[in-house]
Design a protein around this ligand. Structure first.
Ligand SMILES: Cc1cc2nc3c(=O)[nH]c(=O)nc-3n(C[C@H](O)[C@H](O)[C@H](O)COP(=O)(O)OP(=O)(O)OC[C@H]3O[C@@H](n4cnc5c(N)ncnc54)[C@H](O)[C@@H]3O)c2cc1C
Length: 498
């Protein structure tokens, strides 16, 4: 959309039959925050987002316990930057798809579905086959239905192909071939307590009701707290239901837990009904989930959270000048100079969804690229290195922020979660007392588009140091106090016992 608005001709290759394909394991609910809204504002999409999404000016969370008890917590959000719109992935992609088909974009964009990028090569334009003479990038697109292939030679190849990006792997391969170092486009990974958690998405009816008649209305956040399942054991399970606006469509429940939980070994519907009846006695599962849906859910492999990671490089200038010849010149606006490859979204950085930044950071990538293309007048020789210089520190900072932002929200380690929550409350309190010395917890800062991820990381590191200093001071003060008081207290006890 951003490139089409500049008058470039854009070809999008999607391997699925539809861009907004329905995949039960990817039917999670997105939170589009202040960062994502910078993009939706620029393309006139925010009113549609507001119409299609649940906004969080007032958040109501309903916890339903195994005994049927319901606890409602309502929190009013006063900070505009923290208002997010919740909507299912498919609905968000559909919003973008409709926009692409509007008059101002449609002539510039060709959407090829059932089309997979199967090979990406660098081509030399001169007779030498040495890779350093490469001037062009050639993409082979294979139709996944007919098997037919076609070749493209774009001026700019955008790798928006997700975490297992073929584009990034090709760049890594070229870097290794050029300099015997494969690290330039390799992924830097960081450990996190939510990495490797497995998840599956269960389809529920609209506004599902519990046994006692409590209705989990689609637009509310709900949490079904579970208990141990007698038949399989393992820690208690939980189901999280994120809000969706439309009350006439089914909603989804996320089952997220440790990878070695015995629930992942249950692959038939009858056994899974039993496990759910034991773990979540507050609901009548046979009435709520039809057998074919439960069978599909049981058989699905679901997904697994990746480690927070980012590519060590985001942009590659293949040639500073556009090569002569119709193949390279035809697809894009004449003003575009140079040939390059660029990574955006999960191809460049991906992580567990703890902070809800995946889509938002991807949309922000696009806004940064737009700024750099504006500044460079569509000269890729300037824009690509400038983009990488701007965005790489934020990409790295974001992966690091996800490590500590909110990894224990899935209750995978209840004790650690209690410690994390206590620390979070202490941080909030000290921030309220000393706002000039301590920034808010990063979970609150990150949705504000005016703060770069690298600044959020710097502020977080600073706050950690100040908090650690305050903790040392506090412990020291208590020790001094005890040292002074202890002899007196001992005397009082001694006198008392005499
Ligand atoms: C459970 C869960 C919850 C999440 N919740 C949030 C949230 O609340 N907020 C948020 O911001 N993010 C969230 N995310 C993260 C978010 O889904 C990703 O960050 C986002 O989808 C990245 O978008 P992308 O376009 O870069 O990649 P993808 O969404 O992975 O899209 C890549 C596309 O490229 C296609 N493709 C891949 N390879 C090829 C090829 N060789 N040829 C042709 N097509 C190809 C794929 O079919 C796919 O359609 C969540 C993720 C998970 C797992």
């Amino acid at each position: 959309m951003m490139l089409a608005k500049r008058g470039w001709n854009v070809t999008v290759a999607e391997r699925h039959a539809q861009v907004s394909y329905a995949d039960p394991d990817r039917s999670y609910v997105y939170a589009i925050d202040g960062r994502g809204r910078v993009f939706t504002d620029a393309y006139g999409l925010t009113p549609k987002l507001a119409e299609a999404g649940v906004d969080t000016k007032a958040v109501e969370v309903n916890r339903v316990f195994p005994n049927g008890k319901v606890v409602n917590a309502r929190q009013v959000i006063k900070d505009e930057a923290r208002i997010v719109y919740w909507l299912p992935r498919m609905n968000f992609v559909r919003l973008l798809e409709y926009r692409v088909k509007e008059q101002d974009m449609a002539p510039y964009i060709t959407l090829l579905t059932n089309t997979e990028a199967s090979e990406i090569e660098r081509l030399p334009t001169n007779s030498s086959s040495s890779s350093s003479a490469a001037q062009q990038v050639q993409v082979t697109l294979r139709n996944t239905v007919t098997g037919n292939t076609q070749r493209f030679v774009p001026k700019l190849l955008l790798g928006c192909d997700g975490m297992n990006s073929l584009v990034r792997q090709s760049m890594q391969h070229w870097a290794a071939a050029d300099s015997s170092s494969s690290s330039r486009f390799s992924m830097a990974e960081y450990p996190s307590l939510s990495t490797d958690l497995r998840f599956k998405v269960l389809q529920l009816p609209p506004n599902p009701a519990m046994k006692d008649g409590t209705v989990l209305r689609n637009p509310s956040f709900c949490l079904l707290a579970g208990q141990k399942s007698k038949s399989i054991g393992g820690p208690p399970l939980r189901l999280g239901l994120l809000p969706i606006k439309d009350e006439s469509v089914g909603r989804t429940a996320n089952l997220i837990t440790l990878p070695d939980h015995p629930v992942w070994g249950v692959s038939d519907a009858a056994k899974l009904y039993k496990v759910f009846e034991e773990a979540f006695p507050q609901a009548d599962w046979r009435a709520l989930v039809p057998e074919p849906v439960m069978a599909k859910f049981a058989a699905s492999q679901g997904g697994q959270f990746p480690a927070p990671q980012h590519s060590r490089g985001m942009a590659l200038l293949v040639a500073p000048e556009s090569p002569p010849g119709p193949a390279a010149a035809a697809p894009d606006a004449a003003a575009v100079k140079g040939t390059g490859v660029l990574l955006l979204g999960d191809a460049a950085h991906c992580f567990p969804p703890d902070l809800g930044q995946g889509v938002n950071s991807a949309l922000e990538d696009v806004c940064v690229l737009q700024r750099e293309l504006d500044a460079a007048g569509d000269d890729l020789a300037q824009a690509l290195p400038a983009f990488e210089q701007q965005r790489q520190p934020d990409s790295e900072a974001l992966a690091k922020l996800v490590q500590t932002g909110y990894p224990l929200q899935y209750n995978q380690y209840p004790l650690l979660r209690a410690v994390w929550s206590a620390r979070f409350i202490a941080h909030m309190l000290v921030h309220k007392l000393l706002p000039f010395a301590i920034s808010p917890p990063l979970f609150l800062m990150i949705q504000d588009p005016s703060r770069r991820y690298s600044r959020v990381l710097a502020a977080t590191e600073h706050s950690k140091r100040v908090l650690a200093g305050l903790a040392v001071l506090l412990v020291g003060a208590v020790a001094v106090l005890l040292q002074k008081l202890l002899p007196k207290l001992l005397k009082v006890f001694a006198a008392g016992s005499a």
